[in-house]
Design a binder for this molecule. Structure first.
Ligand SMILES: NC(=O)c1ccc[n+]([C@@H]2O[C@H](COP(=O)([O-])OP(=O)(O)OC[C@H]3O[C@@H](n4cnc5c(N)ncnc54)[C@H](OP(=O)(O)O)[C@@H]3O)[C@@H](O)[C@H]2O)c1
Length: 328
């Protein structure tokens, strides 16, 4: 079974590895077959995963519906995290964290998720038009009404995190973090530690790159988001293989896989970090969950960090238009 972790000072207890459900409906090519996706989510629960991540905009809407159906038999035993923050729930449109929109999303998400409460409600991106204090105030009302248990931010900057936390304690920040993207270590992680906020790294496998399953010959589906990510250009995939080679060499020593080392490295950073790897494949789900049996010593982490510091990752993690939405 997977050990449990608590997200910062919130008291919210979750399995040390969650399941990122986005890719089952959205982002990385066509949606998975519904019956297979439901089976995968239920297999994760049977194996000890109690933390499931979705968002209004994944689909849009279909990913929440999928989770609602898959998790209904054991709803009370799991923590469901979902997100608001885009106009009409469409991540291609602008941001909208107005109080009326937040309330409408909470109601609609609960319906799709077949539940009368949301365990963790994240603002997907900071909305420059709505003061974060107002967002926190709306969340506070939703908490008082029993519709939301905890709240979080995603890709927010430290000033926003501090302001938000003053109005209504933030349980978790969900932002990108892995050996493929470590900017978060500079200011964000120390701030979370100081404030007692949990951290949920998204894309903990570097959108699949750290697993070794992707190289410069990989062809993505035409609808796959990675086609427009500079870091995933053919040239950059080739240059960035050095990081996969490093993970492979550590994995051989540990009788593990590169994906497991990438996840174990994250778990070794802080006891309040909970990665949410995503997969559409059962064998990979088992592989990722298997990380729970691997532990890296401080010496192992040091060895990885020293070797990784000599590798310079090529290419931006987002195209420019999306980069403008993070770190606010
Ligand atoms: N807050 C945000 O803005 C934000 C942004 C992005 C993601 N997220 C959340 O974070 C979750 C995880 O992030 P992510 O899906 O972007 O990236 P990820 O978990 O780093 O990687 C997912 C990709 O890796 C592949 N993969 C997974 N396990 C593998 C393994 N053991 N071996 C080989 N390939 C493997 C998957 O392909 P297969 O399906 O083919 O296995 C998929 O393409 C999402 O599901 C979503 O819930 C949040």
């Amino acid at each position: 079974m997977i050990p449990k972790r608590i997200l910062g000072n919130s008291g919210l207890e979750v399995s040390a590895l969650g399941l990122g459900c986005m890719g089952l409906s959205f982002g990385y090519g066509p949606a998975a077959n519904k019956h297979e996706a439901i089976a995968l989510i239920r297999t994760a629960f049977d194996a000890g995963v109690t933390f499931f991540d979705t968002a209004e905009c994944y689909g849009p809407f279909t990913n929440e519906e999928l989770l609602g159906e898959a998790l209904a038999p054991f709803r009370e035993q799991v923590v469901i995290a979902t997100k608001f923050g885009f106009q009409d729930g469409d991540s291609k449109k602008g941001l909208d964290s107005s109080p009326s929109r937040m309330r409408a999303v909470a109601e609609a998400s609960m319906k799709r998720l077949k539940t009368d409460y949301i365990d963790l409600f994240y603002q997907h991106r900071v909305d420059p038009n709505i003061p974060i204090e107002e967002v926190a105030g709306t969340i506070q009302d939703l908490i008082k009404e029993g519709k939301v248990k905890h709240w979080g931010l995603s890709e927010a900057g430290v000033e926003t995190i501090r302001k938000a936390h003053t109005v209504q304690p933030v349980a978790a920040l969900q932002s990108e973090y892995s050996l493929f993207f470590r900017e978060t270590e500079k200011e964000i992680i120390p701030t979370l530690e100081e404030l007692g906020i949990g951290f949920v790294p998204f894309s903990p496998l570097g959108k699949g790159f750290l697993t070794g399953a992707i190289d410069e010959t990989t062809k993505f589906d035409t609808t796959d988001f990675r086609n427009i990510v500079p870091r995933f250009s053919e040239e950059n995939r080739k240059a960035n293989q050095a990081l996969v080679d490093l993970l492979r060499s550590i994995a051989i020593d540990k009788d593990a896989t590169p994906a497991q080392i990438a996840l174990a490295w994250l778990l070794a950073q802080k006891p309040w970090i909970v990665p949410i790897p995503g997969t559409t494949k059962l064998h990979r789900l088992h592989e990722n969950i298997g990380t729970a049996t691997i532990s890296l010593s401080a010496g192992d982490v040091q060895q990885i960090d020293t070797a990784a510091s000599k590798i310079s990752i090529q290419g931006a993690r987002y195209p420019e238009a999306l980069q403008n939405r993070v770190g606010k």
